[in-house]
Ligand binder design. Structure first.
Ligand SMILES: [Zn+2]
Ligand SMILES: [Zn+2]
Length: 437
């Protein structure tokens, strides 16, 4: 006797295949429009918290798809909600801002835009981090999911976040009620284009994905005077130099080698003339780590070393160094294990295991971390989508070429590979996480 009906597993496999084919057909038909959107966004980049044209362009597109759209959430942020029956809430995030960089790509749609930064500097503007690819794929997924409402059930919250590059946009949206005025997500996902991975491949870190990023200002005080009479002064340049040198031991001698950390003094400014010992020296330091504990140990260590060196230099108690840690630091981004396992498995079965790989975490920062930190019952996942010609990756690996990094004036991802792969990945993630029962 043979079974006339397929087993449950066979039926599931067929449904998966039908779903995958439907996604494929939709994204393929969307690609020309998405690439046109990409070229338009690329030619019109806007700086952090100035993403007005960008936000209104995409808000209008989401509205036409049937999303309920709210603008100006966290200054220029956009929240687009599509409720489609009972089920979990999935938030998909794209960031919108460009960078104060003068584009040198020679693309026919290269940016010639200029604008004024928050610090009042007139600058060229470029989508040098690829956030234009993020928004294009975001719209691709929105279109696909709005057209496939019969295949999923739940609530889709698609957000466009401002000001990722200055680390303030996610915080601004949360402070403006992202999780109280709108459905609070069970899952949050996002991707970033990669200037290292071959075009169309996906890389995902397990656990830590990106680092804690702190900016520290250290004012090292001395007692100025004539350069010919050093014995009448306390030289803050010599003291600050000792501090810079001693700071090198924080990572090399105090931190566990298995727990990565970075302390980089990026600016050392003091004095104005050959023969004057100045009153103070200023150090600007970037501090990177993963755990809260290691972050605190590094910050405490900088304060301790600065104070200890000042005491050794004979400074009085009221002239100890003054340390200022920027309060708006970017916390480390964490990929929660269940969601990471689930979606990386999904990607491997959809795209093929050769296109999906585990990659190590990086010491760059990303304020996507804020959504999970705001409520740790949320599951969170960020992944990289490669944008580099595979032949160039091979050349770089052989030491025959160097690749432009993210933020380079030369960074030009393969838009079809990034947007196509990411739009598919976001769409299949949503279909998987918001299943129709
Ligand atoms: Zn960036
Ligand atoms: Zn970025």
């Amino acid at each position: 006797m043979s079974l006339m009906t397929p087993s449950g597993a066979q039926a599931d496999a067929r449904a998966d295949q039908a779903g995958a084919a439907a996604v494929e057909a939709r994204i393929q038909s969307e690609m020309p429009g998405l690439l046109e959107l990409y070229r338009d966004l690329h030619a019109h980049p806007e700086l952090s918290f100035q993403e007005v044209r960008t936000a209104s362009t995409l808000a209008e597109r989401a509205r036409r798809l049937g999303f309920t759209v709210t603008e100006q959430v966290g200054q220029t942020g956009v929240v687009a909600v599509l409720e489609n029956g009972p089920g979990p809430v999935l938030m998909i995030r794209a960031d919108m801002d460009g960078l104060p960089v003068e584009e040198r790509t020679d693309l026919p749609f290269a940016s010639t835009v200029t604008a004024t930064t928050r610090d009042g500097i007139e600058s060229h503007v470029m989508h040098a981090c690829g956030h234009d690819t993020h928004m294009s794929a975001w719209l691709g997924a929105a279109q696909a999911l709005a057209g496939m409402k019969d295949r999923w059930s739940g609530t889709l919250v698609m957000i466009l976040q401002p000001a990722e590059e200055i680390g303030l946009g996610a915080r601004a949206m949360l402070d403006d009620g992202l999780f109280t005025r709108f459905p609070k997500p069970d899952y949050v996902i996002a991707f970033h284009d990669s200037a290292e991975l071959p075009a169309g491949t996906i890389g995902y870190p397990t656990a830590w994905a990106l680092a804690n990023v702190d900016s520290v200002d250290l004012t090292v005080r001395g007692a100025g005077g004539h350069g010919a009479y050093p014995h009448m002064t306390r030289d803050p340049i010599v003291l600050a130099s000792r501090i810079v040198t001693s700071l090198q031991t924080l990572v090399s001698r105090e931190r566990d080698p298995q727990d990565p950390a970075v302390v980089t003094v990026g600016s050392f400014v003091a004095g104005a003339k050959h023969n004057i010992i100045p009153d103070e020296a200023r150090l600007l330091i970037t501090v990177r780590s993963y755990s809260d504990e290691s972050r605190q140990a590094l910050l405490d260590g900088i304060a301790r070393i600065a104070r200890g060196e000042a005491i050794a230099a004979g400074m009085a108690e009221d002239r100890m160094p003054v340390m200022h840690v920027e309060p708006s630091y970017t916390p480390a981004t964490f990929n929660t294990p269940d969601l990471t396992g689930r979606l990386s498995g999904l990607f491997a079965s959809h795209f093929g295991a050769d296109r999906v790989r585990v990659v190590p975490p990086v010491m760059a920062g990303e304020d996507f971390s804020q959504y999970y930190r705001a409520d740790k019952s949320i599951q969170s996942f960020i992944f990289w989508v490669g944008g580099v010609d595979p032949a160039k990756v091979a050349q770089a690996q052989a030491g025959e070429a160097s690749l432009p990094s993210l933020h380079s004036p030369l960074w030009a991802p393969d838009p079809e590979a990034v947007i196509g792969t990411a739009a598919r990945a976001l769409t299949i993630s949503a279909l998987d996480l918001l299943p129709r029962s």
